[in-house]
Write a protein that binds this ligand. Structure first.
Ligand SMILES: [Zn+2]
Length: 254
């Protein structure tokens, strides 16, 4: 029986077009997938993917912090319209990133907070990306109550801040990228995430698993790698597929 839920991925990415042509999620045990947009340019593709896999894919629309400079003048109206047209859609991928070269943190903060306000107003889940900007993220989140909760995808923030984020309504998703030896500390931090707030993700086509855990020498992370991520992570964190399905359902589908 298919139970696997991919809490964060980008099936609309051109690197997966060919793969998805004859992709049957159920065959790989995939029950649900949260497909995140990254900029206005891929909102149409995300909408199409959600229509193609109606029982599996839920769409998230948003502006990724790497794409902030490409935002059009009326992006926020377009985003709100997208949400109004899709009552089950959520918001993402949004957030803050001080790792990327040439970042403009003030601009990122402005676009991020506007997306959080929409999440608040329309009661949607916000999927948050954060790299090297944890202080700013915490500052911003302390000013928001997000009724539907939020996902910190590929969480690699301070381990001792996990309880604070939990208190604010956070869920945390672990990707297969953290199975690399050099990411041991980030992986271990997930031991502190309460079992009912834990999710797993591929971030396909990004966040490749270590070579030894995937079939070929491909450079794009295949959506089917979710099964390996589940096998490894459920063993490490002593959590069941059923619990992870409940967590996904509670956050994204209720
Ligand atoms: Zn992503």
């Amino acid at each position: 029986m298919e139970l696997l839920c991919d809490a964060h991925c980008h099936w609309q990415d051109p690197r997966l077009t060919e793969v998805l042509n004859d992709f049957c999620p159920v065959k790989h045990g995939i029950k649900h997938a949260m497909v995140n947009a990254t900029s206005e340019n891929d909102w149409t593709e995300v909408r199409e993917i959600a229509a193609r896999f109606p029982d599996i894919v839920t769409a998230s629309y948003g502006l990724h912090p790497w794409k902030t400079t490409s935002a059009s003048k009326n992006w926020i109206t377009k985003l709100e319209n997208e949400l109004l047209a899709n009552p089950h859609a959520h918001i993402g991928e949004c957030g803050l990133d001080k790792w990327i070269q040439g970042h403009d943190l003030d601009l990122q903060k402005s676009l991020f907070t506007q997306q959080l306000s929409l999440a608040q107003k329309h009661q949607r889940v916000a999927t948050i990306h954060c790299l090297k900007a944890w202080g700013s993220l915490r500052e911003i989140l302390s000013e928001y109550e997000l009724p539907k909760g939020f996902l910190l995808h590929s969480y690699a923030g301070p381990r001792d801040w996990i309880p604070w984020f939990v208190e604010k309504g956070a869920y945390f998703s672990c990707s297969g990228y953290f199975f690399h030896d050099r990411k041991q500390a980030s992986l271990n931090a997930f031991h502190d995430v309460p079992k009912d707030r834990l999710l797993l993700e591929t971030d396909a086509p990004d966040m490749l698993l270590p070579q030894s855990m995937r079939p070929g020498s491909e450079t794009a992370n295949h959506p089917q790698n979710l099964r390996t991520i589940y096998e490894v992570a459920t063993d490490i964190f002593k959590v069941t597929d059923e619990q992870l399905l409940r967590n996904y359902t509670t956050l994204f589908l209720e």
